[in-house]
Design a protein around this ligand. Sequence first.
Ligand SMILES: [Zn+2]
Length: 445
Amino acid sequence: MLANAANAPAKTAQKPAPAADLGPLPEWDLRDLYPSIDAPQVQRDLDRADAECVAFEESYRGKLAAIAASVEPGRAFAEAVERYESIDELLGRLDSYAGLLYAGNTIDPARAKFYGDVRDRLTAASSHLLFFTLELNRVEDATLEPALADPRLARYRPWFEDIRKERPYQLEDRVEQLFHEKSVTSRAWHRLFDETLASLRFKVDGEELAIEPTLNLLQDEREARRHAAAEALAETFRANLRLFTLITNTLAKDKEITDRWRGFPDVAFARHLSNRVEPEVVEALVAAVRAAFPRLSHRYYALKAKWFGKTRLPHWDRNAPLPKVKTRTIDWAEARSTVLDAYAKFSPQMAEIAERFFAKNWIDAPVRPGKAPGAFAHPTVPSVHPYVLLNYQGKPRDVMTLAHELGHGVHQVLAAPNGALMAPTPLTLAETASVFGEMLTRSRT
Ligand SMILES: [Zn+2]
């Protein structure tokens, strides 16, 4: 089913771009998830996922109201939720492996096919699980509450409270099923965006660069290089304007349809709901930040323009290093010790957990052709561990990104014992851990 190039472990599949002054950069070892893209374990788990999802549906569909009314509802619900959780873990492992493999090289056809095939299989399998939370939400609180007194079920209370928040926007089962199955085609637009972005080339002073090295030049100390990079970005983006417009408009319409069917009052509501935050809180935050523009960002950029001897700062100077400040490249070893020392000063345990990411190859640091741009920490599943993706190029900002993603990573390791259903956190909480990691590091540099 799957071909050649990607059979090799991620380590040798792609040569990293030369980065002599950064020292050796680690690449992640995904074998803690699966031995390889064509390993029999992948196929076995995909088949198991199908079978377990179907069996779960046969066991429970249409029966939750009866369970709620039974003599020992707590025990019976706990069994169901535990089984649901273990299936969730199995699906999550496959999903994480395919997603990370793909992020490592989004333009490799073998990986793209594998990712697409796995996502398709998982969507089909999980369509048999969809009924569970929908049906649970039809069990009245008064009926469910006595069951939650059972200690085995009680630990899942936060998960129950979470799915209850979706209840007012839940649609009939067949519509939910349709949304679920159509998510494959909606997601394809995200893939088109990601793959297009990763394959774009930007011509800077006669040299063709991918997006990450081009963006990196916006922090170059030479203005001519920054200017050339900014022009190159604009030129290539302009050449792809039609495609990006179509992608954006399609995704906006897709979201509008979903929001309207679910009865969300405005465009940001879905985000607030998944962030578990009240709209008024976000509005207050936005208003406070906006009010501070004149005395913070406007003043800062005016000051920066003055330091550059200009009346108005051109856009290619926005991320320029300050004049008179010596810029230098920070190699990987120094980035590592900067972050670990900062973490250790706050908590040796935090540093010890972060250290594992370096020692055990949980980080993919180099810039490579076709690799997903940006950075992220992916928790995978509680029985494995998180992985961190970076595009490390030795700028102070890259060290902060490392500190940020490791903040997520440490949090994800510590949250894993909560299990597959309760380890994940809303973005609002997740970013607290990462920004904290950054602040620890900033205060040390
Ligand atoms: Zn983050």
